[in-house]
Design a protein around this ligand. Structure first.
Ligand code: ZN
Ligand code: ZN
Length: 343
């Protein structure tokens, strides 16, 4: 790790636990130890939020493993979606080039609605965006259909604060399948409801665009996640309806879902932990490639207030590139407040 970044990191942490820096350029465990000190710029950058910082004092109560209550509607819908997506894979060779390009573009924009929007902007407040960018991101978020921004951010803050306990909605100690998709197929553990309900969400409650979710979210996701991506290839360049539906809609949606879920499953189970060995999240390059930059997950859990969610900025991190690309219009659209100067 470059020395100047090490200094910035050591100067930017408010907790008192010890974290371990990797050897220079390394993605390996081990290396020099340094203390987090109280000079924490995060207090200035995002005064409205602290409930995404890990709370090591919270532990599960002793008792039997949680009982699973299946949500059959979700199980059936997820199964149908994935059958449609698998059939879509077989149809890709018969698709027009425009359909493939459109589906790929739609995947990238949907993913940004999660990574740049629900995650880095609304869950962690790592940068500040003015209305045009927030509008774009909230529309992109409906394209990805992973619950509305408020619910996504509440679950995600609980995931950071209560990592690997029953209050973590996708607790990876319950296995790969549970943390990947299983958590969406069963009722939430009572601890998720209890602890999630007590999180400070006042910053989001004060944001009208987010809290109007009851008005726009359901029609928005129907239109943006299902209807539009099916109709555009069919109407605009004469793609077959089945190809449009199974490739542009089902396959694209399933890929975005699984790429996001891999951050919760694979990036909590496979990879190195160079920044903090006391947490389970890991650095996983493959996840970063699929989830447009969200696989540097040990770094991200150690420093959730960094807009780049990675030490390496643009490296395999299209989301950081996207956020940075708004800078030429900074005074018009985005009031950037990053943890360190951009290169
Ligand atoms: Zn995580
Ligand atoms: Zn996060």
């Amino acid at each position: 790790m470059p020395a100047h970044i090490l200094q910035e990191i050591s100067g930017s942490y408010s907790a008192t636990t010890t974290i371990t820096a990797p050897p220079s350029g390394g993605q390996q465990n081990g290396g020099e130890k340094f203390e987090k000190n109280p000079h924490h710029w995060g207090a200035d950058v995002r005064p409205e939020i602290k409930d995404d910082l890990y709370d090591p004092t919270y532990q599960d109560e002793e008792g039997p493993p949680p009982k699973l209550e299946y949500v059959w509607r979700n199980i059936i819908l997820m199964a149908l979606l994935h059958v449609g997506a698998l059939y879509g894979i077989t149809l890709v060779p018969s698709c027009k080039v425009y359909t493939c390009l459109f589906a790929y573009l739609y995947y990238v924009i949907s993913a940004l609605g999660i990574t740049a929007g629900a995650h880095r902007l609304w869950s962690h407040r790592t940068y500040k965006a003015r209305l045009p960018l927030r509008l774009f991101l909230i529309i992109a978020n409906t394209m990805a259909f992973q619950n509305d921004v408020y619910e996504w951010a509440r679950d995600h803050r609980a995931h950071h604060k209560f990592s690997e306990t029953h209050a973590d909605p996708h607790n990876s100690r319950r296995g790969f399948f549970f943390s990947h998709v299983g958590w969406l197929l069963v009722r939430k553990h009572p601890a998720v409801k209890e602890k999630g309900g007590k999180l400070d969400m006042s910053d989001l409650k004060a944001e009208k665009l987010v809290m109007s979710r009851g008005v726009y979210y359901k029609p928005g996701l129907l239109l943006m996640c299902f209807i539009l991506p099916t109709l555009v290839p069919w109407y605009c360049w004469g793609e077959t309806f089945v190809n449009s539906l199974c490739v542009s809609t089902f396959l694209r949606y399933a890929v975005v879902l699984n790429a996001t879920w891999l951050v919760n499953s694979a990036a909590h189970l496979y990879g190195y932990r160079p920044y903090d060995k006391n947490i389970s999240s890991r650095e996983n390059i493959l996840v970063s490639m699929g989830a447009v930059g969200e696989g540097f997950h040990n770094y991200h859990h150690a420093f959730p207030y960094d807009y780049s969610a990675s030490e390496y900025r643009w490296h395999i991190n299209f989301t950081t590139f996207f956020i940075t690309a708004w800078l030429p219009w900074a005074w018009l659209t985005i009031g950037r407040e990053c943890p360190r100067p951009l290169s």
